[in-house]
Design a protein around this ligand. Structure first.
Ligand SMILES: Cc1ncc(COP(=O)(O)O)c(C=O)c1O
Length: 301
């Protein structure tokens, strides 16, 4: 009976060509990757859909740092950050990322999550309590949308890029805490959110502006910096590989909210140590190096 129900659902999806298929990568992440398709054949494909935007995955320096991290720490991290999974390596990485933000936010602190998805759930549910109202851009990433579904706050959606509609919603709101939630770059279409206008609204209505800044700007840092809105009133969520920056007093790791920091295991220490702590992306040279890699990637294709 239960299986019949599932089979019927699957048949409906099949009829609409909506069933999913997991392609199998036969080689490591790279601009050209061996991929096994639905027909069982493996082909070399040009990879435009990977999140290895900067081509860092295959960097020899990172490979070496990873091996070193694995030799020191082995696998796993033992627990969620709140229990015993927060190591010296995690702390060092968070401190480094926090320092990157201090030119804009003097007391900035960073906090690590396993993935951007987890960070978005934590930030939106922690700030979106019962006294809050969330104003969510229609084209936001699924993780922000799921965050708004889990939050106890009322949620209002505004149309894509429609600053006037957002203003109307903010004007009508009587909520004590107002949260504007947006991607910086919309993942599917690649266009930019009107961040300066959103920040102006946030200031006018005394609202938080939460920006999922999972893409690098031309400056190599983040879109919010590039359009000059990175400031004290903003919470930034970035580095889609899983380390995410929040403003100092968001209290995600101190208050009872932000469940993904309490109930989900953290990034393995060896990975954190290898890639992020000892690896070349934790300093300014690393950023320049990443930009070189992007340019090289373009040429390589
Ligand atoms: C805008 C945006 N936010 C969040 C995520 C989720 O990041 P992660 O893959 O680290 O969970 C993505 C992933 O593509 C994204 O594009």
């Amino acid at each position: 009976m239960l299986l019949d129900h599932l089979s019927a659902k699957l048949r409906t999806l099949e009829a609409q060509s909506l069933t999913r298929f997991l392609r199998q990568a036969e080689s490591g992440t790279a601009p050209r990757q061996q991929v096994r398709g639905a027909d069982g054949r493996t082909r070399e494909l040009l990879m435009f859909c990977s999140n290895d935007y900067l081509g860092l995955a295959a960097e020899p320096a990172l490979r070496a740092a990873l091996i070193e991290g694995a030799q020191i720490y082995g696998g796993g991290s033992g627990a969620s950050p709140l229990i015993s999974g927060h190591s010296r390596a995690h702390e060092q990485v968070a401190e480094t990322l926090g320092r990157w933000l201090t030119p804009h936010i003097p007391e900035a602190r960073a906090l690590g999550f396993c993935t951007g998805y987890m960070a978005n759930l934590a930030v939106v549910t922690a700030l979106g309590d019962e006294e809050a109202e969330i104003f969510s851009e229609a084209w936001n990433h699924a993780s922000l949308i799921d965050g708004t579904r889990l939050a106890r706050a009322q949620v209002k959606r505004y149309a894509h890029g429609d600053v006037a509609a957002l203003r109307e919603l903010l004007t009508a709101s009587t909520a004590k805490v107002k949260l504007i939630v947006t991607d910086a770059v919309f993942s599917m279409d690649g266009d930019l959110a009107p961040l300066p206008a959103l920040l102006a609204l946030a200031e006018e209505f005394d609202a938080w502006l939460i920006v999922d800044d999972a893409r690098y700007g031309i400056t190599g840092f983040c879109i919010a910096e590039e359009v000059m809105v990175l400031d004290d009133g903003e919470i930034r969520i970035d580095l889609s590989a899983g380390l995410d920056a929040v403003r100092v007093d968001a209290t995600l790791d101190r208050g009872p909210d932000g469940e993904s920091i309490a109930f989900s295991g953290t990034i393995p220490v060896s990975l954190t140590d290898g890639i992020l702590y000892r690896g070349p992306i934790t300093d300014a040279d690393g950023i320049e190096h990443e930009i070189d890699l992007v340019l090289g990637y373009g040429v390589g294709c």
